[in-house]
Design a protein around this ligand. Sequence first.
Ligand code: NAP
Length: 326
Amino acid sequence: MAKEQDTAPVRIGPGGKTHSPLGFGGFYFDATQWAGDNAEIVLAAMKRALEKGLNHFDTATEYGHGQSERLIGQFLAAEPGRRERIFLASKYQANDISFEDMLAAVDASCARMQTDSIDLYYIHWPRAGKDLRPWMEALETARQQGKISAIGVSNFSVEQMQQVSEVGRIDAHQLPYNLLWRFADRDVIPYCEANNIAVVTYSSLAHGALGGRFQRNQAFPAGDQRRNIVLFRPDVWPQVYDAIESFKRIGERIRRPVLHLALRWLLHQSGITSVLVSARHSEMVDSNAQVLEGDIADDVFEELTAISDRLMQQIPDTGNPYDHHP
Ligand SMILES: NC(=O)c1ccc[n+]([C@@H]2O[C@H](COP(=O)([O-])OP(=O)(O)OC[C@H]3O[C@@H](n4cnc5c(N)ncnc54)[C@H](OP(=O)(O)O)[C@@H]3O)[C@@H](O)[C@H]2O)c1
């Protein structure tokens, strides 16, 4: 099912701030993640994102061990009024599931980001077979204390969402989803739609593959996290590459880069609320902001879906693109 207006501002959670449907991801704000960039470049990229109206900023306690949150805090503190203009989201996870620990994590995120409250706070990853409810109870307490406005989960199964819903209300689910990875169509997105839970996509460009710059013989340097991504496995990448080439040919016909097709296709899906993209510098922010310009015809989206449907039959379902199962 498609949306009527795929670039309109969105809202997450009751009374949530209206914000751009295209978000700005903070995963790369630290050299330890993959490509190293310095603070000035990152701060300039944040400024550009705000100027371009990309005002949903997404980060996590874990990105650079707090460095991503600290840089956002530096950005927010540098100019009065910035905080109010941004829909700010962060996340936390730990190996032990403790109420006190999650509550303290919210305080620590607020301190690092130099803010009294966070618009959306996620449980970053579930823990298989564990009782996740203490984390949710802590987030509901933080909500009552006014420290967070909306509660999210990330990388959860339907069963895990049902479990935490016994003690709190989920407002958003952040999950990996793109033209090359759509396993959430099976049950997670339908559950979210049925329960009024906003879906926020990460890996929206399939870790950069849908930016259209990767080669058939693409290789990543040592230490680059993309070496572990299932789509880039030698037995999977040739099929993925061919699908991207097909998307590119459609893009050439309508004179839009594959990046635009990939992100607009996501925004067009009725079950998707927000689409996150990581941009490492201002020029990337500029090209991402252009994605929201102009219209793309419905039949183009249908062609993309058909190619994606065929590809999905050849992608191994490893649960998530990292094959990561904490
Ligand atoms: N909840 C979770 O578990 C989770 C996991 C991962 C990410 N996230 C969040 O989601 C955000 C986005 O996800 P993601 O980083 O995985 O993947 P992504 O947005 O699919 O990929 C980001 C990469 O796409 C490329 N890119 C971005 N803009 C581009 C442009 N204009 N032209 C060409 N290439 C472009 C860049 O690749 P190059 O680096 O090669 O230039 C960039 O590093 C993250 O920042 C983070 O906030 C959440």
